[in-house]
Design a protein around this ligand. Sequence first.
Ligand code: GLN
Length: 490
Amino acid sequence: MEYHELTIGSAIERLTRREISAFELTSALLTRIEKYEDRIGAFITVDKAGALEQAKKADQDIAAGRISSLTGIPLALKDILCTKGIKTTCGSQILENFVPQYDGTVVSKLKNEGAVILGKTNLDEFAMGSSTENSSYKVTKNPWNPEYVPGGSSGGSAAAVAARFCCAALGTDTGGSIRQPASHCGIVGIKPTYGRVSRFGLVSYASSLDQIGPITRDVRDAAILLNVISGHDKLDSTSARVDVPDFTKALDFFEKGSLKGMKAGIPKEYLSTEGIDPEVEKVFNHAKQLLTDLGVEMREISLPHTEYVVAAYYIIAPCEASSNLARYDGVKYGFRDRSSEDLIEMYKKTKSKGFGLEVQRRIIIGTYALSAGYYDAYYGRATKVRTLITEDFSKAFETCDFILSPVAPAPAFKIGEKTDDPLTMYLTDIFTLSANMAGIPGISVPAGYSSKGLPIGLQMMARKFDEMSLLKAGYGFEQNVGLSRKFPDL
Ligand code: GLN
């Protein structure tokens, strides 16, 4: 088998048996990146020297019998996670030269387990977007077909995993940015429960919605990474004090060959959504049948506030963003425009030049919606809608263990197709936003292909802190879905 075909799970086995070395594996992936990166544009920074050094260290550890859960495993990180000594740009000009003094908690955890960090992946600026076209550095292409977007905002991570530039990657999900690119790139993505994974060292977009999570080639790898990154962190006051189970145990559940005993809810509002692509519907119905055959009991459920989800999210997220992004004023961080002597002028020019158009649009919307005269009408109201959405889910989970839905209303769209029309772009988030609004976990697993050969994923959402059910059902589904073309040829 070629090095780049190795998942985390299979690479660990070979490294432990000393059939391959971490240095060989890392070198092979770096060579692959050099060869194909121009075609895909997955990375903002590749840390070749650092990765090779970490790989050598991993080989020494393996030789000495010090084997942790990710020793020698090459990974990529979305460039919004702070990495000590490595540039962290958030896809923005304003942080073009920002080099953090510290590692985010998830990064320290990966390093403590022996992972090799290959580099930092491209994203929509400050994770605002659904296509990775809003990066100020480059447009990432979908490895299945470079004319199409990989999805976003973690499109660089998703493309890097699908192109097999790394064993797996981390992304972040504020309204779907792990699940949607995973779906468009034919891989697995899981957004953990809000509070499951520390956000310390994740540059904030919308703090009450952001979560970090795994983007992987299979469900086993998602469980392995989730084991490493989960857990309470005193450096993040919103991280939860709840036990972390061994997520890989979810896979044993299915070893018995069935998912009997699990109940899935089908939200009746989702499939009557206007604009849902018939190919997505077909894949969804097929998936539903497959899960039924595996013993899952299907129930119709109702999420009555679905029609307000997009509107409420696109008030709340920009409000939080406008507050979070106020810190980039040309004084404390990153870029400063030096063309004027006047302080206010300096602020204005720094922000106008440093932020891209989508980020500016969101700051303006958020500032407006939070302003004294409009606060109650917009932000206040949106938070009430958020409570109703959360209650819809609590009610639905009285009758089912997980909720089944498409990830996005259509497969990946063409690069440039929606860039002039932000509203249409926002509407593509309809099925993923609710999990963030309600703080519940969601997974995307590959479920089929469109007639153009682009991947289509299946989403499952569960109760807070019940990632286990998602991994159980996700693994059972993955083992049986029998997809014809597993990964794209580059
Ligand atoms: N597309 C959504 C947005 O632009 C979600 C992005 C994300 O999850 N980071 O806000």
